[in-house]
Design a protein around this ligand. Structure first.
Ligand SMILES: [Zn+2]
Length: 174
């Protein structure tokens, strides 16, 4: 899933949460901003990855990281007034949804479910890591286009990803 889709998916997830748990989550501007940040946070590992197809092999794409942060965060929020429980829960839920979307929409990289014990990546469709076997910052545009062409080949995923992003945009107006 790309950054724009992750952004609108984050808004859609917050909307669903605000409908299901209106006592905890609201469609407020701060919660929306936090949702956008948290929904994209795992992908900052692309900043220090040498190749695009290696960026998921990091703790930020490991479920254990998000579960650990949830427990540590809840303990801190119970013991102090430093951070609200709603923010911790939002952080966890948006992070887990990011991993879930990466699992569904992965074409060249999946989710390393058991990282750091194993860096094997899992995904709904078979992965073709050769299409993102390049440095995203230093490679020529040809490799980027080859990657995008491969990304667009799976029309089902393109349509599904577009639908999620579109509904995320739509809920901003309702
Ligand atoms: Zn990701």
């Amino acid at each position: 899933m790309n950054t724009i889709s992750h952004t609108f998916a984050g808004i859609l997830v917050l909307k669903l949460l605000s409908v299901m748990f209106p006592d905890i989550f609201l469609m407020t501007f701060p919660m929306m901003m936090l949702s956008i940040i948290f929904a994209n946070l795992p992908d900052i590992d692309v900043l220090w990855s040498k190749k695009l197809n290696e960026h998921h092999k990091s703790i930020l794409h490991a479920p254990i990281f998000w579960v650990s942060i949830l427990f540590i965060g809840l303990v801190i929020s119970q013991a102090t007034n430093l951070i609200s429980e709603a923010v911790i829960l939002l952080f966890f839920i948006q992070g887990v949804f990011h991993l879930f979307f990466d699992f569904i929409f992965g074409r060249t990289v999946g989710v390393p479910l058991f990282y750091p014990l194993s860096d094997k990546e899992y995904s709904l469709y078979p992965l073709r890591p050769k299409y993102s076997d390049f440095n995203p910052w230093l490679s020529n545009t040809k490799k980027h286009f080859r990657y995008i062409r491969h990304y667009l080949k799976n029309e089902t995923l393109v349509a599904f990803e577009f639908a999620i992003a579109f509904f995320g945009l739509l809920v901003l107006f309702f």
